[in-house]
Write a protein that binds this ligand. Structure first.
Ligand code: V47
Ligand code: SF4
Length: 375
């Protein structure tokens, strides 16, 4: 009775019955199924999605909005793969390619010895000549310089290649990396799990099955990970639902994912530039539906360097509770693909202001969501 009353107050009488059933489920904290998720993509309005996703968000995280102090290291943009959406990859020796030596990376890390960063995010191209032992050396040398900093490094796609190249199993490879200082794995390389779309947009990338296997193996070794989706290109809504379904199933099994990060396809300087980018409405819908559907993920992250500060602020009313970190102008993946901010960097004061303007509570966290400071 209480539930019906609640939904009658919030939603108009003219709301179609199928959407009303979904609203009742969310209000009663019940899981929605794949058909219902698809219906939300196809039929639900933004106001409706805002109310439901905000309910789900506040149930999990209240008004808290998380961020951290982080920087990126992108060791190379030389990559053996040919993802059509990538604006970043270059061939060895090609103009615009880079390849840091481990000494270069040590020098980057040294810049942060006196600064209160808590995380380094290391991710780059799949360099054809580098194997696991090279990357073990890299992270152990970063850890030597910044012993307290959490090392979140290498997408499942990079891991797949470097571990196979070293002739080890995924489990052996991940154990080795952990020994040398790997603390968690970022969510990249997931793209879209549907095999037909994946073959079209990133033909030589690690398969969906293998991506999921690597994350499952990591969770089994107590290495937490994130998950992403690349949306707004040639996929349709069923592909997004299928993608989230595979993640929700794995999360039910392992509980090893920290956050889900929807990544909006950006079209500049890549082989998919013939497509237009999706609207802000589509971005907000996507955040909201992720929050509603992925009921076993604690956090939904809006990656501000990709969508910009304004949409990031809006996203906080559509299920998002995390906006990543200070970044310090250390990533090129999105600026090279056409993101507005060509030198992404936010001070803690700027992040706090951005969050407070939306009447949420800024919470500085570490990578594993331990609260460090409430502003
Ligand atoms: O997998 C590449 C994406 C990802 C484009 O775990 C593009 O905290 C849009 O995974 N348009 C790598 N996206 C970045 C990533 C990430 C980012 C922030 C936080 C975390 C985390 C992970 O970047 C790739 C791919 O999906 N990407 N090119 C493009 N043109
Ligand atoms: Fe390589 Fe990653 Fe670009 Fe694909 S998205 S081509 S794996 S750098």
């Amino acid at each position: 009775m209480q539930t019906e009353l609640q939904s009658d107050i919030i939603f108009t009488k003219s709301l179609p019955n199928d959407l009303k059933t979904i609203a009742e489920k969310v209000i009663n904290n019940k899981r929605i199924n794949d058909e219902e998720c698809l219906l939300l993509f196809e039929k639900a309005g933004l106001g409706f999605l805002g109310i439901l996703s905000n309910l789900a968000r506040e149930r999990k995280n209240g008004n808290n909005t998380y961020f951290n102090r982080n920087f990126h290291v992108e060791p190379t943009n030389i990559c053996k793969n040919h993802c059509k959406f990538c604006s970043y990859r270059r061939l060895e020796g090609q103009e615009g390619s880079w390849e840091y030596s481990i000494d270069d990376i040590e020098n980057i890390a040294k810049k942060y010895t006196d600064r209160p960063v808590t995380e380094v995010h290391i991710v780059g191209g799949v360099h054809p000549k580098r194997d696991l032992y090279y990357y073990c050396d890299m992270i152990s040398r970063v850890k030597n310089i910044l012993p307290k900093v959490h090392v979140k490094a290498f997408t499942a796609v990079e891991l797949d290649f470097m571990i196979k190249k070293a002739g080890l199993s995924i489990e052996q490879g991940l154990k080795k990396l952990k020994e040398f200082g790997l603390d968690s794995i970022p969510g990249g390389g997931a793209e879209i799990f549907d095999e037909t779309i994946r073959k079209e947009i990133c033909p030589d990338k690690t398969s969906s099955e293998q991506w999921l296997k690597i994350h499952e193996t990591a969770h089994g070794l107590n290495i937490p990970t994130n998950a992403t989706i690349l949306y707004g290109h040639i996929e349709n809504y069923s592909h997004r639902v299928d993608h989230m379904n595979r993640l929700r199933n794995l999360q039910d099994k392992t509980h090893g994912f920290n956050s889900f990060i929807p990544l909006k396809f950006r079209r500049i300087n890549n082989k998919m530039s013939y497509l237009s980018e999706v609207s802000v409405v589509e971005d907000l819908k996507n955040y909201a539906i992720s929050r509603i559907y992925l009921d076993n993920f604690d956090h939904i992250k809006a990656y501000w360097p990709m969508i910009g500060k304004n949409i990031t602020q809006l996203s906080l009313s559509f299920g998002v509770d995390d906006i990543d970190g200070t970044i310090d102008d250390t990533t090129k993946i999105y600026s090279m693909a056409g993101a507005q901010d060509q030198n992404p960097s936010l001070s803690v004061d700027e992040i706090v202001k951005l969050i407070k303007e939306t009447n949420r509570i800024p919470v500085e966290r570490d990578t594993l969501y331990k609260t460090l400071k409430i502003y």
